[in-house]
Design a protein around this ligand. Structure first.
Ligand code: NAI
Length: 244
C-alpha cells in the first residue's frame, strides 16, 4: 500500500532536482501526478512516471497559468489533494547595493507570487474535495540570513510566513499548509552556482555534506501524506543541521 494511494498531486519545478525526485516518489507511493515546470523538462518526468502522470508547462509567476494548471489537474484526474509549490529560483549572489531591482522583482515573482498563486487557485478545488495538503519549498535561507543572498533570503522568509498565514486561514477547513526548508542540496540550482564539483566543496553544515534531492522528497512526502495529519503551519528544516 502506498502512502499517497488515491491522491492527486501537483508538483511544480518537477523537471529537475527536488521537484523531479518528489514527483517520482509521490507516484511510487500511489499518487497520480501533475508535473509542472516552465521549460519543457516536466515532460520527461511525466513520461518516466507513465500513465499516472500528465505534464503541464507553466510559469508559476503568472497567475492565469497557475489557474490553468490547477484546472488541468482537476479535469484530468477529477480532484486535487496535494499541491507541492516547489518551483523556485535563487538568482545571482551579491551585496544589496549591487542587486538590480529587476533581479529582486524576479526573485519575488517566482518564489513568493508563485507560491501565493498556487495556494490561491488550489484552495477552492481542495475545499470542494473536503481538504488537502499544500507544501511549499522555502529554504533555510528563509530562516536565517545568507550573506550575498538578501533578495533570495527575503523571498524565502516570505514563503515561510505565507505558509504560516495560509495554515491559519484554512486549518478549520481541512487544508494543511506546511513548508520544507532545504539547506544546500545538490541539484541543478546548486551546480549552477558551485565553484567546484560537490566532493571538493566544504559544505558549512554540521553534517558537512550536501543534501540529496531524495532526502527532500522524503520530507515533502511525509507532509503530503496523512501521516502528518496533525501538522500545519510548520517550516521544517531539512538541512544537515544548519539552523540547529
Ligand atoms: P532546480 O533548479 O534543480 O529545480 C528548480 C525547478 O524549478 C527547475 O526545473 C526550474 O525550471 C523550475 N522553475 C524555476 N522557475 C520556474 C517558474 N517560474 N515556473 C515554473 N517552474 C520554474 O533546483 P532545486 O534545488 O531542485 O530547487 C527546488 C526548490 O528548492 C526551489 O524553490 C529552491 O529555491 C529550493 N531550495 C534549493 C536549495 C538547494 O541547495 N538546491 C536550497 C534551498 C532551497
Amino acid at each position: 500500500m502506498g502512502r499517497l494511494d488515491g491522491k492527486v498531486a501537483i508538483v511544480t519545478g518537477a523537471g529537475s532536482g527536488i521537484g523531479k525526485a518528489s514527483a517520482l516518489l509521490f507516484a511510487r507511493e500511489g499518487a497520480r501526478v501533475v508535473c509542472a515546470d516552465r521549460n519543457g523538462s516536466e515532460k520527461a518526468t511525466a513520461a518516466e512516471i507513465g500513465a499516472d502522470a500528465v505534464a503541464v508547462q507553466v510559469d508559476v509567476a503568472v497567475g492565469e497559468q497557475v489557474a490553468n494548471l490547477v484546472d488541468t489537474a482537476v479535469r484530468t484526474f477529477g480532484k486535487l489533494d496535494v499541491l507541492f509549490n516547489n518551483a523556485g529560483i535563487s538568482g545571482p549572489s551579491g551585496l544589496i547595493h549591487e542587486l538590480d531591482e529587476e533581479i529582486l522583482d524576479q526573485l519575488l515573482a517566482v518564489n513568493i507570487k508563485g507560491v501565493f498563486f498556487g495556494i490561491k487557485y488550489a484552495v477552492p478545488r481542495m475545499l470542494e474535495n473536503g481538504g488537502g495538503s499544500i507544501i511549499n519549498t522555502a529554504s533555510n535561507a528563509g530562516m536565517v540570513g545568507w550573506k550575498g543572498k538578501a533578495g533570495y533570503s527575503a523571498a524565502k522568509g516570505g514563503v515561510v510566513l505565507l505558509t504560516k498565514s495560509a495554515a491559519l486561514d484554512y486549518a478549520k477547513s481541512g487544508i494543511r499548509v506546511n513548508a520544507i526548508c532545504p539547506g544546500m542540496t545538490w541539484t541543478g540550482m546548486a551546480e549552477a552556482q558551485a565553484p567546484a564539483p560537490p566532493q571538493d566543496i566544504k559544505v558549512p553544515n554540521p553534517m558537512a555534506r550536501f543534501g540529496r534531492p531524495s532526502e527532500l522528497a522524503a520530507a515533502a512526502l511525509f507532509l503530503a501524506s496523512d501521516e502528518s495529519s496533525y501538522m500545519t503551519g510548520v517550516a521544517m528544516p531539512v538541512d544537515g543541521g544548519y539552523v540547529a
